[in-house]
Design a protein around this ligand. Structure first.
Ligand code: GLV
Ligand code: MN
Ligand code: MN
Length: 415
């Protein structure tokens, strides 16, 4: 293990965070960086340039996961992977994911500054589409790496304009075969993701470092409601089969089911409605909605999903509309590796940074990396617990502390 010293360069890290924030489709501080959009491509180029500048070996797989490797002196040993994502949902903040990518680059630069090469290679991973914005499914890149999303399933995905994933990724310049994306199980020795907490606990408790023990189970249900369109003036109320009013009843039912579930960790959200044809004087004939359901306990999340499915079908019947419900994903929760948790705790202790074990209620690429190799996460405080909003904020001091812990963990694992 390399001896400890604090040399993470906060100014350098701050500069890269500010530079990356320029690549957005909405004015700062609101971030919008959707998979393979021009700003996403430019942001990827920026990350690539940073990695090339410190002589990391870069490769990109067929879905656009970027791998940047600082080769160790024993390249045959499985590498230590670190990283996160840089895509950002519409009107979100500057810190979700980006801290884990730029923090990982800063950790590698810091370690390079010691003049000592690691035994194991250290590989930065920038995952494709952690956010579900474009193709409706979160953690697209890490799912594919873990083999949870097969090439056939990838080919079935399409975006809002109807373009399929394969066409979109080829147009964005991704090359190679989807069949080659999945990684072998012994590819990595460990994976650690540094991320903002996105919740209020660390700030409230005054604890700088959260050590994630488990990641909650997310599921997404895609509903298509088909009613009957018509003229907003001439179709009288008793004769209507309005797809939007049926969908509205479903949205309220989703809220009520989660809110009355005995688990305090049960949450359900409808964050997106697409109304067709979308004219003020036209009765909506069709509505699509996505339901996001989560709980820390997989079986309880499944029970909530079952209840939602039962209730939305009842509503469709009551209102005389057709309903199609497609389960997009239904993932088990992940448990972090106890040995890695201990390594992170030791690294924090050496820096005299108090830690708190915690469950991640948000999902992360670590959810799928945990199926490939021992995995853990380092959390740093989110101001006010705010995330997925432009006013998401984590102080530079907190980010530097998170990177220092990452550096300490890498020293223990890679040397
Ligand atoms: C990740 O962005 C999530 O929605 O949990
Ligand atoms: Mn997010
Ligand atoms: Mn994230």
């Amino acid at each position: 293990m390399l001896p400890m010293h604090r040399s993470v360069n906060g100014d350098r890290l701050q500069h890269t965070l500010e530079q990356l924030a320029y690549y957005s489709d909405t004015p700062a501080p609101a971030m919008t960086r959707v998979l393979f959009s021009p700003v996403d491509m430019a942001a990827r180029r920026y990350i690539r340039d940073l990695c090339e500048a410190v002589e990391m070996q870069i490769r990109m797989d067929a879905v656009g996961n970027l791998f940047a490797r600082w080769e160790g002196v024993a390249p045959d040993l499985a590498a230590i992977a670190i990283g996160s994502h840089i895509d950002a949902i519409p009107y979100s903040g500057q810190f979700d994911g980006t801290v884990g990518v730029l923090g990982a680059i800063e950790a590698i630069r810091t370690l390079q500054g010691t003049g000592e090469r690691p035994l194991r290679s250290i590989e930065l991973l920038l995952f494709t589409a952690e956010e579900p914005t474009r193709f409706g499914i979160g953690c697209l890149g890490s799912r594919a790496l873990a083999g949870v999303l097969s090439p056939a399933e990838l080919r079935l995905l399409s975006d809002e304009t109807g373009e399929d994933f394969d066409t979109v990724r080829l147009a964005a310049g991704m090359t190679g075969e989807l069949e080659d994306v999945r990684l072998p199980e012994d590819y990595y020795h460990a994976f650690i993701e540094l991320h903002i907490e996105q919740g209020p606990i660390l700030e409230r408790e005054g604890i700088p470092i959260g050590v994630v023990t488990a990641i909650a189970a997310p599921a997404t249900l895609h509903l298509t409601v088909e009613g009957e369109g018509g003229h907003a003036g001439t179709v009288l109320m008793p004769d209507r089969k309005d797809a939007l009013t049926a969908a509205a009843a479903m949205v309220l039912a989703v809220e009520q089911i989660a809110a009355t579930n005995p688990s305090p960790d049960a949450v359900a959200t409808v964050g997106r409605l697409q109304v067709f044809p979308g004219a003020v004087n036209s009765i909506p004939s069709s509505v699509q909605l996505d339901v996001d359901v989560r709980d820390i306990q997989g079986p309880n999340r499944d029970a909530i999903l079952d209840e939602i499915r039962r209730r939305v079908h009842e509503i469709a019947e009551e209102r005389g509309v057709k309903l199609e419900a497609v389960l997009v994903n239904c993932d088990p929760p992940a448990t972090c590796d106890p040995r890695l948790i201990h390594v992170i705790e030791q690294a924090a202790e050496e820096l005299r940074l108090p830690t708190q074990p915690m469950v991640s209620r948000a999902y992360h690429d670590a959810l799928f990396m945990a199926t490939l190799c021992p995995t853990a996460m380092v959390f740093i405080p989110s101001h006010g617990g705010i995330s997925h909003r432009p006013d998401e904020y984590t102080s530079l001091e907190s980010i530097v502390q998170g990177v220092e812990v990452l550096v300490g963990a890498l020293k223990r694992l890679a040397w």
